[in-house]
Ligand binder design. Structure first.
Ligand code: ATP
Ligand code: MG
Ligand code: MG
Ligand code: MG
Length: 437
C-alpha cells in the first residue's frame, strides 16, 4: 500500500480522556476514532489489525474442533423472556422497539439465540457433542466506557457455545476451549494467565478468566510467582480426553485467582511466592450445565430413548479489547511495537527522497518486489521530511522499517531497522528482500 493513497491520520496530541497508553497510541497511530461514547470507527490500519487478531482466534477455534457460524446483532426480546434474562439483565442491555412495537435488543451475548438455533434443530444424541462459535459485534451499555476499545460499548467478541450429553463431555469441551485460549493468546505474543473466576449464581468451580497482567487493568488478581515465567506450549491432540485434562491440570496447578475467587489456604501455601497485580480480562470460559437448555425447555433424546437437557458452556474472547491489551504489553516511548502475527503490515518502506529520480525509481522497484513476494508492505512515498516519516513508522509500530536514500544507493545498500530493538543494519537490496521474504 502506498501511503500517498492511504488514510492514516497520525496525530501528536490526544484528548485528555485518553488516560492509558494503549488508548493514546491507538489514537496517535490512526487506528481508531471515537464516534460516540464507547463506540469506535476502525480506520484502515486498525481494521487490518482487528482482522489479524480475529483470524488467529478463528484458526485456534477451528483447530480445537469448534464450528463457525454467524448470528445477528439484533435479537428479539421474546427469546430472552424464555430464559428469564430479559428482565434480569438490567441497564447494560440496549433495548430497542421496532415500528410494530416489538421489543428488540442489541445482543450483549448469545446463549439464548444459540440454544434456540442449535437445540431447536437437533433432536438426538447423535448430533452431540458440538461447539459452535461466531465473531460478532456486541453492545453493552457500560456505565463507564473508558480506556478506548478496552471497555467500549460496541465491541467485537468471539463467543463459542458447547453442547454435550453429560457433564464429563461438557468438561472435555471446556478443556478444548481452555487450551485453544492458551494457544490463541500465545500466538499474539501475550501471556494470558487462566485464573479461577466467579461463576455467579450457578456455582461450581468451572470458570476461568484469561488475564493479561498490566498496571492499567481493571481486575485485581493474585497468583503464584511461577506464572512469571512463560509456560511452554506443545502440540495438542484435542480429541484425547485424558491428555487434554492433564494439560489443563498442569496449567491450573499454580495458584491464580481474581479477587472474587481468592483462596486463603492456597495463598498461605504460596507464601512468599504470592503476587498481587492488576490485569485485563481478555477471555472468559464458563461451564453452566443445563441453565439455558433447561429454562428454554430444549432437550435431546439419548440412546436409550429418554430425554436430557444438554450440558452447555460458553466461551468469550474480547477480540477488539485484545488490540488494546497487545499495545499495553508491547510499546515504547516512540509508539506501538506490533508482534509480527498481528502487525497491520510487516514492513514499512521509507523513501527518503521522493524528489530524487534514482532514489524513487529504486524505491518503487523494491516496493513492487516486496509486493510480488507477498510481503505486506506500507510504502511511504509521500513528499515529507525524513524525520516525520521515521516518527510515523515508529508510532505505527510495523516490525521492520526498510529505508532507502540516495547516499546508501550510491554504495548499493539500504537500511533495515527492527522496530522492537531499534537495531539497524545496512545490506544490499537483494539481501534485504531475502531477509523479509
Ligand atoms: P468485564 O469484566 O471486563 O466487564 P465481562 O466479564 O463482562 O467483562 P464477558 O461477559 O465475560 O465480559 O465477555 C467475554 C469477553 O468480552 C471478556 O472477557 C472481554 O474480553 C470482552 N468484553 C466484555 N465487555 C467488553 C467491553 N465493554 N469492551 C470490550 N470488550 C469487552
Ligand atoms: Mg462486564
Ligand atoms: Mg468480567
Ligand atoms: Mg467475564
Amino acid at each position: 500500500m502506498r501511503l500517498s493513497r492511504y488514510f492514516l491520520p497520525v496525530t501528536k496530541e490526544t484528548p485528555a480522556d485518553a488516560q492509558i497508553v494503549s488508548h493514546k497510541l491507538m489514537l496517535r497511530a490512526g487506528l481508531v476514532r471515537q464516534t460516540a461514547a464507547g463506540i469506535y470507527a476502525w480506520l484502515p490500519l486498525g481494521q487490518r489489525v482487528l482482522k489479524k487478531i480475529e483470524q488467529i482466534v478463528r484458526e485456534e477455534q477451528d483447530r480445537a474442533g469448534a464450528v463457525e457460524l454467524l448470528m445477528p446483532t439484533l435479537q428479539s426480546a421474546e427469546l430472552w423472556r424464555q430464559s428469564g434474562r430479559y428482565d434480569a439483565y438490567g441497564p447494560e442491555m440496549l433495548r430497542i422497539r421496532d415500528r410494530h412495537d416489538r421489543d428488540m435488543l442489541y445482543g450483549p451475548t448469545n446463549e439464548e439465540m444459540i440454544t434456540q438455533i442449535f437445540l431447536g434443530n437437533v433432536k438426538s444424541y447423535r448430533d452431540l457433542p458440538r461447539i459452535l462459535y461466531h465473531i460478532q459485534w456486541k453492545f453493552r451499555d457500560e456505565v463507564r466506557p473508558r480506556f478506548g476499545v478496552m471497555r467500549g460499548r460496541e465491541f467485537l467478541m468471539k463467543d463459542a457455545y458447547s453442547f454435550d450429553l453429560d457433564e464429563a463431555g461438557g468438561r472435555h469441551s471446556y478443556n478444548r476451549m481452555f487450551v485453544a485460549y492458551l494457544n490463541t493468546f500465545a500466538r499474539m505474543g501475550l501471556r494470558a494467565i487462566p485464573m479461577q473466576a466467579d461463576t455467579g449464581p450457578i456455582g461450581g468451580d468451572l470458570s476461568h478468566e484469561f488475564i493479561i497482567l498490566a498496571p492499567s487493568g481493571e481486575s485485581e488478581v493474585f497468583y503464584h510467582s511461577n506464572w512469571e515465567k512463560a509456560p511452554e506450549l506443545s502440540a495438542v491432540d484435542f480429541d484425547d480426553v485424558a491428555g487434554l485434562q492433564s494439560i489443563v491440570d498442569g496449567y491450573t496447578a499454580d495458584y491464580a485467582a481474581t479477587d472474587e475467587k481468592r483462596d486463603a489456604d492456597r495463598e498461605a501455601a504460596a507464601g512468599e511466592a504470592l503476587r498481587q497485580s492488576r490485569g485485563v480480562e481478555v477471555g472468559h470460559i464458563f461451564f453452566f450445565g443445563t441453565k439455558y437448555s433447561g429454562s428454554m425447555g430444549m432437550s435431546v433424546q439419548t440412546k436409550d430413548g429418554t430425554n436430557v437437557y444438554p450440558q452447555m458452556g460458553s466461551y468469550g474472547v474480547g477480540v477488539s479489547r485484545l488490540m488494546g491489551a497487545i499495545i499495553e504489553a508491547s510499546h515504547d516511548d516512540a509508539g506501538i511495537i506490533w508482534p509480527e502475527s498481528v502487525a497491520p503490515y510487516k514492513v514499512g518502506l521509507v523513501n527518503m527522497r521522493v524528489d530524487d529520480a534514482a532514489c524513487s525509481a529504486a524505491a518503487d522497484d523494491l516496493y513492487r518486489k516486496l509486493e510480488s513476494a507477498g510481503v505486506e508492505t506500507l510504502y511511504d512515498d509521500r513528499d515529507e521530511r525524513g524525520g516525520a516519516k521515521f516518527a510515523t513508522m515508529d508510532v505505527i509500530g510495523l516490525p521492520w522499517q526498510l529505508i532507502i536514500g540516495p547516499k546508501g544507493l550510491e554504495k548499493g545498500v539500504v537500511e533495515l531497522k527492527r522496530r522492537a530493538t531499534g537495531e539497524r543494519e545496512e545490506l544490499s537490496i537483494d539481501s534485504a528482500l531475502k531477509r523479509l521474504g
